[in-house]
Ligand binder design. Structure first.
Ligand code: SF4
Length: 56
């Protein structure tokens, strides 16, 4: 059972990493453009989807 739980946990973490969602669930937290005036999108800093997203 412990093995299965570990496997599920690794898959979950991998998927979160893949979709780049931070702990908050907002893309901006891990986005390369989330500093100063680099991004003027209205959805910043709480974007859940974003065509300009680029991982830091
Ligand atoms: S480009 Fe999108 S994800 Fe990145 S900081 Fe701006 S709004 Fe957030």
């Amino acid at each position: 059972m412990g093995f299965l739980r570990g496997l599920v946990q690794r898959m979950y973490l991998g998927l979160r990493k893949m979709f780049a969602l931070g702990r908050s669930g907002y893309l901006c937290d891990t986005c390369k453009w989330d500093y100063g005036d680099a991004c003027n999108r209205p959805e910043r800093p709480n974007a859940k989807t974003c065509p300009d997203y680029k991982r830091r």
